[in-house]
Design a protein around this ligand. Structure first.
Ligand SMILES: O=C(O)c1ccccc1NCC(=O)[C@H](O)[C@H](O)COP(=O)(O)O
Length: 266
């Protein structure tokens, strides 16, 4: 497997991810993961929640990031996820990448054990093993970043996730990537406002790529939403859902923010 990467930031992140992955594979085999998958509850279909009235919010457990550094001390990710649930989050996104985001599979386990709403494994998934891991740790959705994958890998990982009952969130940032997502027949597509080459954020990209997304696909505006009015703007522009990290983890009362977004868009 040789992931196709398009920028130095993404290259660097994936290089670290592959090193950590190698360590885990020495301890837990793919067969072990397949055995574990037999024992976990079936994946939840997130689409009803992502398309319910008003703007749905995929609420992220995010400690740190390459663009902003440390964002929040999250000692109890399950408690944070529960606040999100109480505020009406459609799903919880859990960053599991360790080096740059200070996430972990333990965070995913803790959140999964706490909430009964859909959970996204948010990572840089480039191998079958990581898709198996996501399901074995109870994820309902898995992120596939088009810029990080060749067409063959994207198709194979997409099909594997679906075969395991999960819903891939297929992330794009350019018109060409949007066309590649459309060719997959992806049911849920995220338009990332953050350029993973430069880390620049441009929220207008969502509106510009809208015409490239197939009718009927669940449209998620990702990244850079730092105020409620920016979430409302994404809704007005046609987003079914937003994926929000920083605004929620920096706010003392994230459930209030989620309720405000719901009130403003329902
Ligand atoms: O957040 C970053 O700096 C980042 C850098 C490189 C690759 C991915 C990155 N973030 C992952 C995400 O997709 C965001 O955590 C997510 O969309 C939420 O973004 P935000 O609301 O801006 O925290």
């Amino acid at each position: 497997m040789s992931p196709t990467t398009t920028g130095t930031v993404l290259d660097g992140i994936i290089a670290g991810v592959l090193k950590d992955l190698h360590e885990r594979q020495l301890m837990v085999t793919s067969d072990n993961l397949r055995e574990a998958i037999e024992l976990v509850a079936p994946a939840i279909d997130p689409i009803p929640r992502l398309t319910s009235p008003g703007l749905s919010v995929i609420s992220e457990v995010k400690r740190s990031s390459p663009s902003k550094g440390q964002l929040a001390t999250i000692s109890d990710p399950a408690a944070l996820a529960d606040q999100y649930r109480a505020g009406g989050a459609a799903a919880i996104s859990v960053l599991t990448e360790e080096r740059r985001f200070q996430g972990s599979l333990a965070d995913l386990d803790a959140v999964r054990a706490k909430v009964e709403i859909p959970v996204l494994r948010k990572d840089f998934v480039v191998t079958d093993y990581q898709v198996l891991e996501a399901r074995a740790h109870g994820a309902d959705l898995v992120l596939l970043i088009v810029a990080a994958l060749s067409d063959d890998d994207l198709r194979r990982l997409y099909d594997l996730a679906c075969e395991l009952g999960m819903t891939p969130l297929v992330e794009v940032h350019t018109a060409e990537e949007a066309r590649r997502a459309a060719a997959l027949d992806a049911r849920v597509v995220g338009v990332n406002a953050r350029n993973l080459k430069t880390l620049d954020v441009d929220r207008s990209i969502f509106g510009r790529l809208l015409g490239e997304l197939p009718e009927g696909v669940v449209k998620v505006a990702e990244s850079g939403i730092l105020r409620v009015d920016q979430a409302v703007e994404a809704h007005d522009c046609g987003a079914d859902a937003v994926l929000v990290g920083e605004m929620l983890v920096r706010h003392g009362e994230p459930a209030q923010v989620l309720r405000e977004i719901h009130r403003a868009t329902v």
